[in-house]
Design a protein. Sequence first.
Length: 183
Amino acid sequence: MTRRDELLDQVTDHVRQHGLIGLTLRPVAAAIGTSDRMLLYHFRSRDELVAAVVARTSDRSTAAVDRLPAAEGVRAGVNQLWQAFLEEPLHSCLDVYVQAAASGLIGQEPYRSVVREANQRWSEALERYLVRCGAEQARVARVVTLVDSSLFGFHLDLATDKPDELFRGVDDLAVAAEALAAA
């Protein structure tokens, strides 16, 4: 592993724990035991570092989905995926993605390109997972569109503090995804 990769992993872990919004080089460098000059040497700018962090969290998210075992059907698979959203590493990795979007970073370069690539890899990981759970290959892209957008919405749901309501909503989504996957 290169020094750049080590630093990126450390910064990524820091951001997953403390957030992306308001990230500045000196405090993050101090937190991981290096200098802002060393970060700039390896990443050239804050923008390049943040783009690399977004890409690394995406890699970790995709790997987490790839590690999920196949469930007994699409409905069970969507419910299992939701459970994974609530746990590490997906929970904090998805939060980093949302923070980048909320900061307006995603619409500008270098973030736009990084996010576009990350979204493609994420969708492919969800497709592989849902096929393992029984979705038909010919229909899986439609299922991913429904499931991905909906689970992100549930992930961001601040309107309720009642987890049972969210679980019911996710299961309703899972029923619809299973029907769509087999139609």
